[in-house]
Ligand binder design. Structure first.
Ligand SMILES: [Zn+2]
Length: 261
């Protein structure tokens, strides 16, 4: 069987480590052949010093490693409490500001919860918050984009269709988390995903093994060789793809994916 090569595919882990070890970690990733890395601001924007950010940016550029940011877990752009929506927007914007200093191309985030709101109203609230964030990005002349992610729990906003609608209505980027899609839908329908996102050239993806139940995601786990093979077989060849591995062993798992492609 003839294997068609990917036009552009980059593998990398979810995590850069602390500011003091970031440079040596980037060098390690580079030696391993990894060309992407997602910085986890999931518990806060921990790179506080602008000089650190600039050093990391320069090193990543020198080594050809594409950086992205994962924003805080505590984000809800659909809260009933307006102050919580404002605080969530601010968290995403803080990630954008530091992400810009780091030369990162995307800020990934989980948009929010349905709560007691119906799905349509939830959609509208999240869309409007994204439009507000984009206005600020534009005002600051930042180049970074924001990328809502497909989420892994049925009661959390972030189905494939909802993310697609946000992209179409706001022009934001997107993150396709294949493990989350499996946990949410109990199947990964690649044809459907290609149909939804086929018109976009840049695919930012998350991938790992996952444990899940009726309600969806439980936790990420080590990625098996079979899971990697299946993903790589089904991804489109004509896109610029970044795959961030989020397993507990994300560096080794990324290397495994890289070797299999
Ligand atoms: Zn995520």
């Amino acid at each position: 069987m003839m294997v068609i090569k990917f036009k552009d595919i980059k593998f990398g882990p979810a995590g850069l480590g602390g500011a003091d070890e970031a440079i040596s970690n980037l060098e390690t990733y580079h030696k391993l052949g990894l060309k992407a890395c997602e910085i986890a601001f999931t518990y806060g924007v921990y790179i506080k010093n602008k000089n650190d950010a600039i050093k990391i940016k320069e090193k990543a550029n020198e080594l050809g490693i594409k950086l992205s940011i994962h924003a805080h877990y505590f984000i809800n752009l659909n809260s009933e409490d307006v102050r919580k929506i404002e605080a969530s927007k601010k968290r995403i914007l803080d990630c954008c500001r530091v992400g810009e200093e780091l030369g990162a191309y995307l800020v990934v985030f989980h948009p929010g919860f349905y709560g007691k709101m119906d799905k349509e109203k939830s959609y509208e609230n999240i869309r409007d918050a994204i439009l507000d964030i984009q206005k600020e990005i534009k005002k600051n002349k930042w180049k970074i984009n924001i990328a809502p992610e497909t989420t892994g729990k049925v009661n959390v906003f972030g189905s494939l269709e909802e993310i697609k609608r946000l992209v179409e209505d706001t022009g934001c980027s997107f993150t396709i988390d294949f493990a989350h899609i499996l946990a949410r839908e109990k199947i990964v329908d690649y044809d459907k995903i290609k149909k939804i996102f086929g018109k976009y050239d840049k695919w930012h993806c998350h991938f790992s093994g996952i444990e899940y139940g009726e309600k969806g995601e439980k936790n990420h786990k080590k990625t098996t060789k079979e899971e990697w093979k299946n993903l790589l077989l089904n991804l489109p060849r004509d896109k610029e793809i970044v795959i961030i591995n989020e397993s507990p062993d994300c560096v080794n798992d990324s290397v495994e994916g890289l070797k299999l492609n």
